[in-house]
Design a protein. Structure first.
Ligand SMILES: Cc1cc2nc3c(=O)[nH]c(=O)nc-3n(C[C@H](O)[C@H](O)[C@H](O)COP(=O)(O)OP(=O)(O)OC[C@H]3O[C@@H](n4cnc5c(N)ncnc54)[C@H](O)[C@@H]3O)c2cc1C
Length: 488
């Protein structure tokens, strides 16, 4: 199958019959439901962008001769990594960085897993690794969207996941037939559940050596019997594009996943019981190199948007004439340009992994940015609040604008370079970015979407190469001071 259009995506989604629960209701059709319609249309747009920019967003398969989305490509050169990033930027800009789980997030994950399948094949798991390679080709050639659910629910984080709730809560294997394994339990979150085609499960946290039944990795279609998804509140329901320009479009939705004795076909199982492999595939499989490039490319877009928004708000009310406001806009610009620099450094520092022909971005600048971003993006929104002030409260709705007070609104809501409607649109857009419930979710997302950023930063310290920094210090702990070798 060639790449899908947005229309095909929506048609496929309509007839899929997955079990999505929202506010006590079983949702029949996510493409028409008010809570999901807006985001479904935005995801459809992502498919259309592949047709609009085929040279950037797609490439031709040497195996099938068909075009496929380039974010599925297993990179075999630095140039490939740059091509993939260019396509990811187009998708990131489509949601100004608000849809963190645009399909490229998972596409690069599985391209990485398939490209480094040798790490999965260890300790006799050749079949699991082959299943993974086949699966990656399947989603690539059918242009499917994946979501993932890799963290077990928060019951008691002070004990192992296998010990939570008598061992029954965390996802685990409970049986096996000739053709399938049977899994039960829950996973904490899966974003994009109303729109994805496939649910994937792979390692997301540490596991004890003895907890074999919890060490499972697989993929199933979203409408697999026994799968249930319970959504959080919708942030887009009953919201129009004027009043909530971002929430009405980009609520990608997060849901708890319940596995009620789900049968997973054996050819879709990538790992079963290898607790050592469970840690290795993430730790040694270069996953972070790829996934954080996607994430920081998206964060760059979000900061670019924040800078544009701050500038336009300040210009509208004339506060950009004040030096302290300029300094705050400059601070957003600093974060934006440092992010761009880190992303380019990761691309330029790409390397071939172990002489096997597969390339990976340099993870060092990416890991550093991953630690900084949960501070930078909330800081950018804080700065926007300071720049916009009470203007974010001067935000009547579209109904007000068309109501009996429309003439007063036209007069009293004008700004120095914008009529009332333009100014209200701008500040409503700003509020949806910094203060709405979608904005609050965005803040939480930046902290926790890729495990917890605090522990990841602590890990940066633990794994950092300390040799040269130590040498710089040690040279003064002896006499005479020794000249060090020049470094980069
Ligand atoms: C908006 C959003 C979308 C998400 N989407 C997805 C998704 O699509 N798929 C998916 O799999 N997951 C998703 N996640 C879940 C995400 O993977 C988890 O939130 C993340 O792994 C952190 O785990 P937690 O939320 O359970 O926090 P916890 O692990 O419970 O942490 C809570 C606090 O306790 C601290 N803490 C916990 N354990 C320790 C420890 N051992 N040592 C020190 N401190 C500790 C943490 O630092 C943190 O401050 C999403 C999360 C959010 C917020």
């Amino acid at each position: 199958m060639a790449i899908r259009t947005g229309k095909q995506f929506l048609e496929d989604l309509k007839k899929d019959g997955r079990e999505i629960w929202l506010d006590g209701e079983l949702v029949k059709d996510v493409t028409t439901h008010p809570a999901f319609k807006g985001a479904a249309e935005q995801v459809a747009k992502l498919f259309d962008l592949q047709h609009e920019f085929p040279e950037i967003m797609t490439t031709t398969s040497s195996e099938t001769g068909e075009r496929f989305g380039i974010t599925h490509l297993i990179p075999r050169s630095k140039e490939d990594i740059k091509r993939i990033r260019k396509a990811m930027k187009i998708w990131a800009e489509a949601s100004v960085g608000l849809m963190g789980r645009s399909p490229d997030y998972m596409n690069v994950t599985f391209a990485c897993f398939a490209g480094h399948a040798d790490v999965w094949a260890r300790r006799g798991n050749e079949q699991g690794a082959q299943n993974l390679i086949n699966y990656q080709k399947y989603v690539r050639d059918n242009d499917l969207i994946m979501t993932h659910s890799i963290i077990n629910p928060q019951v008691d984080r002070s004990v192992s996941e296998a010990e939570q709730g008598g061992g029954e809560i965390s996802l685990h294997k409970v049986g096996e037939t000739e053709d399938s394994i049977i899994v039960r339990g829950a996973r904490m979150l899966a974003t994009l559940t109303p729109f994805a085609d496939e649910l994937t499960v792979y390692p997301g946290s540490d596991i004890r050596l003895q907890d074999k039944k919890y060490a499972i990795c697989f993929a199933v279609p979203m409408n697999t019997p026994g799968l249930k998804f319970i959504c959080r509140d919708s942030y887009s329901k009953d919201r129009n594009n004027f009043d909530y320009p971002l929430s009405s479009r980009f609520d990608e939705m997060d849901a708890v996943v319940i596995f009620d004795d789900v049968h997973v076909p054996k050819d879709r199982v990538f790992m079963d019981g290898d607790t050592i492999g469970y840690s290795e595939v993430i730790g040694e499989g270069y996953w972070r190199n790829y996934i954080i490039l996607q994430a920081m490319n998206r964060a760059l877009t979000k900061l670019e948007f924040a800078f544009g928004l701050g500038h336009m708000i300040a210009d509208t009310t004339g506060v950009n004439t004040f030096d302290h406001v300029q300094e705050k806009l400059g601070e957003i610009w600093n974060m934006m340009e440092m992010t761009r620099a880190g992303v380019i450094a990761a691309e330029e520092g790409a390397f071939e992994v172990g002489g096997k022909g597969v390339w990976a971005p340099n993870d060092q600048p990416l890991l550093a940015l991953r630690g900084l971003m949960p501070k930078w993006i909330p800081r950018a929104t804080e700065l926007l609040k300071i720049i916009g002030g009470g203007g974010f409260m001067l935000t009547p709705t579209s109904k007000d604008l068309d109501g009996p007070l429309s003439a007063e609104i036209a007069k009293y809501y004008q700004a120095r370079n914008a009529d009332a409607e333009k100014r209200i649109r701008l500040f409503r857009l700003g509020w949806d970015f910094i203060g709405s419930d979608l904005a609050g979710r965005g803040d939480l997302y930046e902290r926790f979407y890729l495990s917890d950023s605090f522990r990841m930063t602590a890990l940066n310290y633990k794994v950092a190469d300390k040799t040269h920094p130590e040498m710089l210090v040690k040279q003064f702990l002896q006499e005479p001071v020794k000249q060090l070798q020049p470094t980069k």
